[in-house]
Design a binder for this molecule. Structure first.
Ligand SMILES: [Zn+2]
Length: 316
């Protein structure tokens, strides 16, 4: 898009703007601030459209809304009540497909985000307290590199990118580098449509361990790597969605549920049974530490749980 087209798009959507331009970005106040910002305004413009690329996208640093232009038009329709019939540079488009033919549209399918989104974060090695926290969780430098662990200075969060099967960026999860249990999902990231760590799985795994959170994945990753044919992923909470089950079903592997030994973990395990257990009574096993959260197990405890679950399977 050129600058005239950006202005034309905003005008036709009824978005008031006071754009400051760079060769890449058009920046202005977030049009969704009255609905999405804590103080209902955006005094220091935090909204930008990256217009100079083949598939322009937008991002707001304050409310984290982001996406392609279709998403932008949809949000304008939702919040500003603008008709999704927009006019750009003299062209009246009755269908959005005519304007932005690049993205396949499906409400169920999550956005793929440009790699540049990760530039908003620092390498975690640049933030001393965040790095200290990561190391206190016994996460090694190899794992920091492998999982691309970052730091968000604005929100003070340790950030882990979430990628799809093909490696495309689907979002990111953040966690406070302190005892405080503060989390954030970035860019309208829908955790139920993704599986954490799935892009790192070998295609021919035979044993797949499914845990609740990314930090549980990181915790046991080195131990799982020592088990031939095994891999570990997370569902971001103790519940598996149908979309996540569909992703998992790409793997012809025995599944091991490593959810915590609490009510949520048990309900989550039941949700897994509804996807896998009834199809094949042998394909799903529960690994559950009786006294601890799964992610707090020692290596020895983990290996014992895994072995017990695997042998139970072998005996059926
Ligand atoms: Zn905003």
């Amino acid at each position: 898009m050129n600058q005239d087209q950006v202005v034309s798009l905003l005008d036709s959507l009824g978005v008031s703007h006071n754009i400051s331009w760079t060769p890449k970005w058009a920046s202005f106040s977030c049009p969704f601030a009255p609905w999405l910002h804590p103080h209902k305004q955006d005094r220091h413009p935090s909204f930008g459209i990256r217009y100079s690329v083949a598939e322009p996208y937008f991002n707001c640093y304050t409310c984290q809304c982001a996406g392609n232009l279709r998403r932008f038009v949809e949000l304008c329709a939702k919040f500003l009540g603008t008709s999704p019939t927009v006019c750009v540079d003299g062209l009246i488009a009755t269908k959005l497909e005519d304007l932005f033919p690049v993205t396949e549209i499906d409400e169920e399918v999550e956005m793929i985000y440009p790699e540049e989104y990760l530039d908003y974060f620092l390498p975690v090695t640049h933030a001393e307290h965040a790095l200290k926290y990561v190391k206190s969780r016994r996460i090694t430098e190899d794992l920091i590199d492998l999982f691309e662990i970052k730091y968000d200075p604005e929100k003070d969060l340790v950030v882990i990118p979430v990628r799809y099967l093909d490696g495309s960026l689907r979002g990111a999860v953040g966690r406070a580098p302190s005892k405080e249990r503060r989390f954030h999902n970035y860019w309208e990231f829908l955790s139920g449509a993704n599986i954490g760590g799935v892009h790192l799985l070998q295609p021919d795994i035979t044993q797949l361990i499914i845990v609740e959170g990314f930090f549980d994945v990181l915790r046991i990753y080195p131990w799982v790597a020592e088990i031939p044919g095994a891999g570990v992923v997370c569902t971001f909470k103790a519940k598996m969605s149908a979309g996540q089950a569909a992703i998992i079903s790409n793997y012809d592997a025995v599944k091991y549920c490593g959810y915590d030994n609490d009510a949520a973990g048990e309900t989550g395990y039941q949700s897994m049974i509804s996807y896998f257990g009834t199809l094949d009574g042998y394909s799903l096993r529960r690994m559950c530490h009786p006294a601890k959260d799964f992610g707090e197990s020692t290596k020895r405890e983990f290996l014992r749980l895994f072995k017990a679950a695997r042998e139970e399977w072998a005996l059926v």
